[in-house]
Ligand binder design. Structure first.
Ligand code: C2O
Ligand code: CU
Length: 473
């Protein structure tokens, strides 16, 4: 929500839970001695894209979706000018980066929106290596095609691979004559003003036992699923040689879809999630929620191999190709056998020693109670939608335990800005799938002062209220 609430709320714009305006321009950052500066210019604009035989009119960063890869090395100073040529306000959020609060890109919380026709300079240091992405933090703009990968390299990592492939997954709605804003309007239209009488239970969407393991699938049906902006009939293709090692950097930039990913004929060795190293874990396939990232390495066989992403609980699939020989491409509907074997869930991973959060008893406990339903379409944290719920208040330096409690029939990918949290195993993540009717406690070190959004990365849920801010006192 760019701006939440009514005129009445705006009148008390510094009250808890409301948004404010008139942020000062961020102080300029000068590079420290020896610090490298990485500069980019991004243009958010209306454009038409060829998804591979299907042309769509949409919004993007430049003339591609995903937009341009931004790449830097940990410790670099990034200077990114965003030129807003959209017909409306926007912003850019650097998802997963522990950056200074004022560059976090959340209108009403860290900055004023970037008005149509104006530009804004984001300057921040990226402290931690990893696979990230960027997208607006205004409405459901992410689902228009405004998303792109952001890779922060590790100056100390040996880089034990020959090639890298950034794999960006998406569920694509534009080009159907309905925009994401239309879809959100339809979802919320039935809501009316009647109050929630179901105690937050998802009665309208209740399916006995659900659809294991994530309960009900998303709320939106998509005509296309994409890898790197391509439909399966005209797939993005990486050419390599047999025996080469490839590092996959898999990003789910979908707005409403958990994917299952497999590379036909190969096992994936997962090495990182959400940027942080894990104890290498081999699997045939993995689940990836909205906003999550997984890095995996593979040693390539000889042939043409489909990289397939199947939307959880929905029809269709996304596909790209990895080609080490000149054989015929598989059909767009190919189903790699790996998808029928065990599928790795992020929570099964263990942290690499170096990324383990030191163990410490929490100084404070914060309740993050998720509720909501399809009919009326209303999602909330701690009993109220964003703008009406009270921010979580923390002290700098504290170890904070977030007690996430999902009281719905759906899995929610819960994301926190500016921090990572540790799962009970010590695994560090910034986005975690919280399953239906279940609880998950995660710990974070309050080491990055500011006001930080915490929300479901189903962008429709977030926009319908499933957000809260975590504010330093
Ligand atoms: Cu990609 Cu507020 O998130
Ligand atoms: Cu959600």
């Amino acid at each position: 929500l760019a701006v939440v609430g009514t005129g009445a709320l705006a009148a008390c714009s510094n009250a808890p839970g409301t948004t404010r305006t008139n942020f000062a321009a961020p102080a300029r950052l000068r590079p420290l001695a020896g610090q490298r500066v990485v500069q980019h210019q991004l243009t958010a604009k209306a454009t038409s894209l060829d998804l591979g035989g299907t042309t769509v009119d949409t919004w993007a960063f430049g003339d591609t979706a995903p937009g341009p890869l931004i790449r830097a090395t940990a410790g670099d100073l990034l200077r990114i000018r965003v030129d807003n040529q959209l017909p409306t306000d926007t912003s850019v959020h650097w998802h997963g980066i522990a950056l200074r609060n004022i560059a976090d890109g959340v209108p009403g919380l860290t900055q004023d929106p970037i008005a149509a026709g104006s530009s804004y300079l984001y300057e921040f240091t990226a402290p931690d290596p990893g696979t990230y992405f960027y997208h607006p933090h205004v409405g459901v703009q992410l689902d228009r095609g405004l998303y792109a990968p952001l890779v922060i390299d590790d100056p100390h990592e040996p880089g034990n691979y020959d090639l890298e492939w950034v794999v960006v997954l998406d569920d694509w709605i534009d080009g159907t004559g309905r925009t994401p804003d239309d879809v959100l309007a339809d979802l919320t239209a039935a809501s009316g003003d009647s109050s929630d009488s179901m105690g937050g239970m998802d009665m309208g969407h209740m399916s006995m036992g659900g659809n294991p393991p994530f309960g009900d699938a998303g709320d939106v049906t998509y005509p296309h699923y994409l890898i790197n902006g391509r439909v399966p009939t005209a797939p993005d293709t990486l050419c390599a040689k047999p025996g080469q090692r490839v590092r996959l950097r898999i990003i789910n930039s979908g707005s409403d879809t958990i994917f299952t990913v497999a590379l036909g004929g190969h096992r994936l060795t997962v090495t990182h999630t959400d940027g942080f190293p894990v104890q290498p874990h081999e699997t045939g396939a993995l689940y990836i929620g909205m906003g999550e990232r997984y890095d995996a390495t593979v040693t390539l066989g000889d042939g043409v191999f489909p990289l397939v992403a199947v939307p959880y609980g929905k029809e269709g699939q996304a596909m790209a190709l990895l080609r080490t020989s000149s054989g015929a491409a598989p059909a767009a509907t190919v189903h790699p056998a790996e998808l029928d074997g065990p599928i790795l869930e992020g929570a099964e991973l263990l942290p690499a020693e170096a990324s383990r959060l030191s163990s410490r008893e929490p100084d404070s406990n914060q309740m993050v109670h998720l509720s909501g339903q399809m009919m009326p379409y209303r999602w909330a944290i701690n009993g109220a939608p964003y703008g009406k719920n009270d921010p979580l208040l923390v002290n700098g330096g504290d170890r904070v335990r977030l007690q996430m409690m999902n009281m719905t029939q759906m899995t929610h990918p819960m994301h926190i800005h500016g921090h990572t949290f540790a799962l009970p195993s010590g695994l560090r993540k910034d986005t975690v799938l919280v399953k239906p009717m279940s609880a998950l406690a995660v710990d974070l070190q309050a080491d990055n002062p500011g006001n930080w959004m915490t929300h479901c990365h189903n962008i429709y849920h977030a926009e319908a209220g499933m957000m809260i801010s975590l504010n330093y006192r």
